[in-house]
Write a protein that binds this ligand. Structure first.
Ligand code: NAP
Length: 487
C-alpha cells in the first residue's frame, strides 16, 4: 500500500461517515482503492451495504428537522466555511484526487476550486429563496406561495469528477435545509470522505451529510431509491444506470435529477477562426483524458477546411505527453481502468475496420494497460460506433459536413443532448444554429462553459434538472400554496 504525502494526514479517511461518526461496515468488510496510473493500492475503505444505508437515511431525516428551522444565513455560514476549508486544503484534496482518479494534478487542483465554488455560490443563493403573493379571484382571500426544503436527498455520483459532482448536489441541498446521503463511486470514495471531514470541521451538524461507501452499488441503490424517507434522488452517471434508478424511484414517486451521458458535437464552420477552433476542440476533447460528460465526442468540420483542420489538430495532439498524473509535464493521464482502455480500443478498431484513418495514436500505450494514446481519427462515417457511443477516452473522431443544414442534422442525430459547441464568426449563424441544436448547453467559440453560475444539464437522454446557478436550487425545493380566507 502506498502512503500519500499530505500536509494534513487527517484528510485521508477510510471509514464511512454516518450521523457524524466514522464507522466501518457492520460485517467489517473493506474494498481496495487503487491508483489508476500505478495499480497500487492507496487505501482499504469500508464496504457498507443496505442496513448501514438505511441507518444513514434515518439519521438524515432526524438531522434535517432542526437544520431546516435554522435561518438561511445560519446555514450559509457553515457552507461558506466548508468552501474556505476546501480551498485551504486544495493541494491535499488534489493529491487525493489524482491518486484515486488519475487526472493530472493541475486538473485536480482546478476541480477542487470548481467544487468549492458551488459551496460558496449556494451559501449566498440559499438566502434568496423567495415565495409569492398571488392576486386572488375573491376579495377576502390571499394566495401565498412558499418554498420549502424537499426532504432527505439521496445522491449518487461518478468517478470522473470525484469532488465537484458531489458539491454541486450537496451545497444547494444543504443551503435550503435538506440533508444528504451520498454514495460516491467505488473507484473514488476518498475525495468524498475528505469532503465529509471538512464539512465536519466547518461545523455541519451530525447527520446532514452522510457518505456511504461500498462496492455493492445495487444494494445501496435499492435503499436510496426505495426508502420512502428519501424525497429526492439526484444522480450523475451513465444513461443506462440512470434509467434503471429512475424506474426504481417511481415506486415511491421520488423527485429525480439526472445528469447522464453525452455525445457532444463540435461544429467547425468554414467561417471560423481555424486556430481558435483547433485549440477549442482539443481543450474539450482531451480534458481528464477524454473522460468528461461534455468532452467533444464528434468533431464535425466543413468540407472546405477539413484537411487543414485535421492537419493542425493532429500536429497539436502529437505533442501531448501521456503519463502519470503526478509527473511534471504530463498532459494526459491514464483511463480509470484497463476495461475502459479496452472499450476505447474496440471503438477505434470498429472505426478503422469501417474505413477510418488513424492520423496519430490508435492504441494502448506501452506505459501500461490504462494508458490510451491520444488519438485522432479522420474520414469518419455515421455507421461507425464512435458516431453514436460515448467514447470516454482520448480519441477525437473528425467528421465532414457540406453545409449548415447537414451539420445541424448530424449534431442532433443522437439520443443524447448535453453539451454542443460551434466555431463560427457569423453572428446570424450563431443564433440559428444555437437555437436548432437539441442540447441543454451550447458553447459558441468557447468550450470552457462550466461554472457554478450557469445551469448545467442536458435534454433528451442526457437527463433532467439543472445544477448550479439560481436554477440549481429548484431541484431541492417544494412549492407550497397556502390559501388564506375570511380576510
Ligand atoms: P455509472 O457506471 O453510471 O456510475 C455512476 C454511479 O452510479 C457510481 O457511483 C456507481 O457506483 C453508481 N451505480 C451503478 N449502478 C448502481 C445501482 N444499481 N444503484 C446505485 N448506484 C449505482 O457511471 P460512471 O462510469 O461512474 O461515470 C461516467 C458516466 O457519468 C458517463 O456516462 C458520463 O457522461 C456521466 N457523467 C455525467 C455528468 C453530467 O453532468 N451529465 C457528469 C459527469 C459524468 P459504483 O462506482 O459503485 O459502481
Amino acid at each position: 500500500m502506498t502512503t500519500l504525502q499530505l500536509k494534513d494526514a487527517g484528510l485521508l479517511k477510510t471509514q464511512a461517515y454516518v450521523n457524524g461518526e466514522w464507522l466501518g461496515a457492520d460485517n467489517g468488510n473493506t474494498f481496495a482503492v487503487t491508483n489508476p496510473s500505478t495499480g497500487e493500492v492507496i487505501a482499504q475503505v469500508a464496504d457498507l451495504g443496505a442496513a448501514e444505508t438505511n441507518r444513514a437515511i434515518e439519521a438524515a431525516e432526524t438531522a434535517m428537522q432542526s437544520w431546516r428551522q435554522k435561518t438561511a444565513k445560519e446555514r450559509s455560514a457553515v457552507l461558506r466555511k466548508w468552501h474556505d476549508l476546501m480551498l485551504e486544503n486544495q493541494e491535499d484534496l488534489a493529491i487525493i484526487m489524482t491518486a484515486e482518479q488519475g487526472k493530472i494534478l493541475a486538473e485536480s487542483r482546478g476541480e477542487v476550486a470548481y467544487g468549492a465554488s458551488y459551496a460558496e455560490w449556494f451559501a449566498e443563493e440559499g438566502k434568496r429563496v423567495y415565495g409569492d403573493v398571488i392576486p386572488n379571484t375573491t376579495a377576502d382571500r390571499r394566495s401565498v406561495v412558499i418554498k420549502q426544503p424537499i426532504g432527505v436527498v439521496a445522491a449518487v455520483t461518478p468517478w470522473n469528477f470525484p469532488n465537484a459532482m458531489i458539491t454541486r448536489k450537496a451545497a444547494p441541498a444543504l443551503a435550503v435545509g435538506c440533508s444528504v446521503v451520498l454514495k460516491p463511486a467505488a473507484e473514488t470514495p476518498l475525495s468524498a470522505l475528505a469532503l465529509a471531514e471538512l464539512a465536519e470541521r466547518a461545523g455541519l451538524p451530525a447527520g446532514l451529510f452522510n457518505v456511504v461507501t461500498g462496492i455493492n452499488a445495487p444494494a445501496i441503490g435499492e435503499q436510496l431509491t426505495g426508502n420512502p424517507l428519501v424525497k429526492k434522488f439526484s444522480f450523475t452517471g451513465s444513461t443506462p444506470v440512470g434509467k434503471q434508478l429512475m424506474a426504481l424511484c417511481a415506486t415511491t414517486v421520488k423527485r429525480t435529477s439526472m445528469e447522464l451521458g453525452g455525445n457532444a458535437p463540435v461544429l467547425v464552420f468554414a467561417d471560423a477562426d481555424l486556430d481558435k477552433a483547433v485549440a477549442g476542440a482539443i481543450g474539450t476533447k482531451f480534458r481528464n483524458a477524454g473522460q468528461t460528460c461534455i468532452c467533444a465526442n464528434r468533431i464535425l468540420v466543413e468540407d472546405s477546411v477539413y484537411d487543414a483542420f485535421v492537419e493542425k489538430f493532429t500536429a497539436k495532439v502529437s505533442e501531448f505527453v501521456l503519463g502519470d498524473g503526478f509527473a511534471e509535464g504530463t498532459h494526459i493521464g491514464p483511463l480509470i481502468t484497463d476495461k475502459a482502455s479496452a472499450k476505447v480500443q474496440d471503438l477505434v478498431d470498429d472505426a478503422v475496420a469501417k474505413g477510418a484513418a488513424v492520423t496519430v495514436g490508435g492504441q494502448v500505450d506501452a506505459l501500461g494497460e490504462n494508458f490510451y494514446q491520444p488519438t485522432v481519427l479522420a474520414n469518419l462515417s455515421n455507421d461507425m460506433r464512435v458516431s453514436k457511443e460515448e467514447i470516454f477516452g482520448p480519441v477525437a473522431p473528425i467528421f465532414r459536413f457540406s453545409d449548415e443544414a447537414e451539420a445541424v442534422k448530424m449534431a442532433n442525430d443522437t439520443e443524447f443532448g448535453l453539451a454542443a459547441y460551434m466555431f463560427t464568426e457569423n453572428m446570424s449563424r450563431t443564433w440559428r444554429v444555437s437555437e436548432a441544436l437539441e442540447y441543454g448547453m451550447v458553447g459558441v467559440n468557447e468550450v470552457a462553459i462550466s461554472s457554478e453560475m450557469i445551469p448545467f444539464g442536458g435534454v433528451k437522454e442526457s437527463g433532467q434538472g439543472r445544477e448550479g446557478s439560481k436554477y440549481g436550487l429548484d431541484d431541492y425545493l417544494e412549492t407550497k400554496y397556502i390559501c388564506m380566507g375570511g380576510i
